[in-house]
Write a protein that binds this ligand. Structure first.
Ligand code: ZN
Length: 304
């Protein structure tokens, strides 16, 4: 795939085994490995004695048990959720029942735009539509507990309700699925939106955090440089789409074949949605045209 990004596909966690990965930050990997989740969702525990949990993960018995074991004899006052995909938030109710923690997040799951006529949301199965945070956070809002202070950073794009959380005490960022070291993020309409996603990447380039802790994969060192490579990668993908359209109109399968050389067959569907996300953005900017609203079955050409 895209080797213009300095990916790190090593991984240091064993599912079910909690590990202190930085002073006051513990990580626990759920055993839900897949082509979309890498080695599994990483749940973070921040603090000692009084702790916050970030992304409790999937509703999986082993993971929930390991997470509750890890915080035994500690007070869990806060559960923060980066976004409402089924590998991140469905364990929340069981963690809340066991700990009495308050939940924080941007809001319930929602699509980035209304469905077009005749369009079905093929991403429904990936969403946790039950999550409702006790406290709905706005961009820039502070969540603090004993020993930790988080700044909520609205980072829509992967989902409309995605948030990253900056830990002020150690100047690190919990980046959820917005920025991950092992892979690009999936931006798939209608849940995701490319224009939002790019804005959310640019937003991070103005920040000071050097290390990111993502929802999947190892921590990202030198994160600002990594984010810049993410931005360049998307710009390159857009160029590839335009390059192909310069040769004549094309549908999405044709564009996927032209752009994603040697792609894992299991990821072709996701690649098509990612191309659709770019095309939606290009159509909105008047660079590319199609008949009717941009759709997965549409034919695309240069021009307004
Ligand atoms: Zn996700």
């Amino acid at each position: 795939m895209s080797e213009d990004i300095p990916f790190d596909r090593s991984f240091d966690l064993v599912p079910g085994v909690v590990k202190e990965i930085a002073p006051g930050i513990r990580a626990l990997c759920a055993g839900n490995a897949s082509p979309f989740t890498f080695k599994g969702t990483v749940t973070y525990i921040v603090g000692r004695g009084h702790v916050a949990i970030i992304d409790p993960g999937p509703d999986d018995d082993k993971h929930v048990t390991a997470l509750l074991d890890a915080v035994r004899n500690e007070t869990v006052g806060h559960v923060l959720v980066t976004h409402t995909h089924r590998d991140h938030s469905p364990a929340v109710p069981r963690i809340v029942t066991a700990t009495g923690a308050k939940t924080y997040g941007e809001g319930p799951h929602r699509a980035s735009r209304p469905l077009n006529i005749g369009e079905s949301n093929r991403l429904d199965a990936a969403a946790d539509i039950d999550f409702r945070p006790d406290v709905a956070l706005k961009d820039g809002e502070i969540v603090s507990g004993k020993g930790f202070t988080f700044e909520a950073i609205a980072t829509p794009g992967h989902t409309a309700n995605h948030m990253a959380f900056a830990l002020k005490e150690s100047n690190v960022l919990f980046s959820g699925d917005h920025v991950m070291g092992w892979s690009t993020s999936i931006v798939a309409p209608p849940d995701g939106a490319m224009s939002d996603y790019m804005n959310s990447l640019h937003k991070l380039t103005g920040r000071t955090e050097e290390i990111y802790f993502p929802g999947h994969g190892n921590p990202i060192q030198d994160a600002p440089r990594f984010v810049r490579s993410y931005i360049r990668h998307r710009e390159g993908r857009e160029e590839s789409i335009l390059h192909r359209l310069a040769k004549g109109e094309a549908d999405i399968p044709t564009l996927v074949r032209a752009i994603y050389i040697g792609i894992d067959p299991r990821l072709v569907g996701a690649a098509g949605l990612s191309v659709l996300a770019h095309l939606e953005d290009l159509v909105a900017r008047g660079v590319v045209a199609t008949d009717g609203p941009p759709s997965i079955a549409g034919v695309y050409r240069f021009g307004a």
